[in-house]
Design a protein around this ligand. Sequence first.
Ligand code: NAD
Length: 365
Amino acid sequence: MPKKLSLLMLPGDGIGPEIMAEARRVIDWLVSHRGLDFTVHEDHVGGAAYDVYGKPLSDDALACAKEVDAVLLGAVGGSKWDGVDYDKRPEAGLLILRKELELFANLRPAICFDALVDASSLKPELVSGLDIMIVRELTGGVYFGEPRGIETLPNGERRGVNTQVYTTSEIHRIARVAFDMAAKRDGRLISCEKANVMESGLLWREEVTKIGADYPNIKLDHMLADSCAMQLVRNPKQFDVIVTDNLFGDLLSDVAAMLTGSLGMLPSAALGAEGSGAMYEPVHGSAPDIAGQGVANPIATIMSLAMALRYTYDCADEAQLIEDAVKKVLAGGLRTADIMQPGKAKVSTAVMGDSILQALDSLNR
Ligand code: NAD
């Protein structure tokens, strides 16, 4: 009997429904061709949910998100909801999910497909074969630390304050996610902070080192975050897994993303504690400029599904199949408009989806 797998799909706004439709076809293929026993729920999030429920995530959708093994989200946002109260804005739907599912670990892979090496801002030889995983702490650090705010001093000058704060338990749990990730990959982990100038960084370094004692097979090294930024653009292939805090992770994952060339290709995951929630989503937004035209690139969403198969559903073979199918289609010269190159064939969202399904068929034989 195949294991029962449950998923909540939240297409969201803009191109969200278009790219999610292609991910849905891949799920249907997995059910019919690989025998996976998926129960798929679907609901609204973001502006689409606001239009239906008057809030960016309904109580039922939140309850369902807590119930299922994983959430697959398209994208949220759009100018239509600019005038809506802050706590009902589309983006609030995402924040509610992150908070309620306690998604403290953000996984951002930066993979450079051979067919797209020319799209990178770096030289092809520096990025060909690139495969980095950045593990970013998502719910602590300077974005949440207290005290925070803007105050006016007695002399009339204004002062802005944010506080970088981490506890040992916060560091331990993100470190374990990163060590576990490295164990599933090449076994190398770089931990980044600014231990040279920040006490919170020193604590981070000491506590990650302590957790490392439980993972004797993982090679742990420490790097200052500014040095890591420099190394990412100098010699990115030296990295396997990078673990870092919320602020540095925000910056470093964007740098790593751009090494790969296109926003439409990048998946991500946010994970909670073992056995609790998980949410997978493309890195890009709702792309209002191309919404409804059928030209969006569905690959980031389909690769997010592949991540879910690998990291939540324990279906590494199916994840690999999807990744190989995407590579095959790109190698065959098909491109959506965002990754179009001279001499290649420009295709719509649906044709890219069709081609990935055909590649799955041929690789599954
Ligand atoms: P965006 O990622 O939506 O778009 C940036 C550019 O990339 C646009 O030109 C867009 O057409 C293109 N693009 C993005 N994804 C693409 C895809 N799959 N295929 C082809 N082209 C693609 O970023 P933005 O324009 O800054 O933001 C638009 C809206 O999305 C805003 O409301 C923003 O708040 C929201 N947003 C949401 C998320 C999310 O849901 N996680 C993330 C970022 C931005």
